[in-house]
Design a protein around this ligand. Sequence first.
Ligand code: GLN
Length: 484
Amino acid sequence: MHDKTIAQLSAGLAAGEFSSEELTRSLLERIEQFNPGLNAFITVTDDVALSQARAADERRRQGQAGPLTGVPIAQKDIFCTDGVRTSCGSRMLDRFIAPYNATVVEKLNAAGMVMLGKTNMDEFAMGSSNENSFYGPVRNPWDLDAVPGGSSGGSAAAVAARLTPAATGTDTGGSIRQPAALCGLTGIKPTYGRVSRWGMIAYASSLDQGGPLARSAEDCALLLGAMAGFDPRDSTSVDRPVPDYVAALDRPLTGLKIGLPKEYFGEGLDGAVARAVAAAIAEYRKLGATVLDISLPNTHLAIPAYYVIAPAECSSNLARFDGVRYGHRCDQPKDLLDLYTRSRAEGFGPEVTRRILVGTFALSAGYYDAYYLKAQQIRRLISNDFQQAFAQVDLIAGPTSPTVAFNLGEKVDDPITMYLSDIYTIAVNLAGLPGLSLPVGFVGQRPVGLQLIGHHFAEECLLNAAHRYQQITDWHTRTPPAFA
Ligand code: GLN
């Protein structure tokens, strides 16, 4: 059962081949067996899972099951879950039991999904390797010496190891697409505003967006349909109907115009990754797409702009974790200042501390114009580059990450090198666009991801293009040998 996609599980449940309770029990057993070696889950919610599974089976008996009813999922530990620890990968929230569900959790519950647990992540979603978690690093199921990517590394490892058919992620600068790429999965970061951020712990609010990580584009379409939609509790949520993403999957790609930005194929891109991406583009030609060379001239400015904007927003968002309103409180403070400083110093790890310092500096009087305002101007230029590109093409394609998964410990002491691994994903968040990563090959044992970028609200087009490719290739069906 563990090797089935959501679409297959849904069919099996509908045909009565197994119950949700049986399915849930078998996955909980796999988690017990494999999680100690992977560290993909921070919290396993056996009791919640089994009671939701029984409720789903009951709902099915009453003839009220939908396509996701009884299907298990894991939630990134950034989403608030009522009555369940929501740590955000941080010591700061190690003992935080959320008193309510995030909208995304609420919607997936309403669809009848079964929550297996909360997945490991970089602390407050800051990272590209999952090595910044208070709960320790996660291992990549394809190669245990490799990182799974970050910050949704636990979600990606759990799906790749077949401990869950799907998981939620969040993406501020690549954290759905990059771990999906490094673990051989399909993941989509929707258009900013498509999925509610309510109850999703904020990192950089103008960039954060939740989305699914799964085995196929079809599964992502099913999940996104259930996660997306207007939420009056999120002021940046967009009031626009949610299309039937599944219905759009089979459209022919004839006449689709795909742009290849020359900036995504230059220096820094690993040769073997480039070859896998070129082979995938050749498949798109066979599917009837036309491929054009384009340019996104301000690409080189995306990382510097992001590393001003994201820390600036995080310094503001994380101010609430002061040991009084929220979060870890130090023992026996001498006075109020000692309470604040020690609680924050003890609660936050080194990467989060670094970003709060950078952000506070960038926003401080006298530096605001030089850094934050400048970064916002660059953000506009980057957005304009995409606007111009989408006047010519329907989709933009390129590598998701310049390399396959790197080794644990390889970049951990060098933040700048680590930041550069998001070179192809970050601009998409700055422009608020949707982006998808799908598996298109391997370098040795380690998967390669292709990124597809669409215009605002073009999720249907991205999922359609990924699905058609997955119908003529089988990369997305490969299972890490140790977890078959
Ligand atoms: N790696 C990027 C960062 O550390 C992006 C993380 C994310 O998308 N949450 O900020």
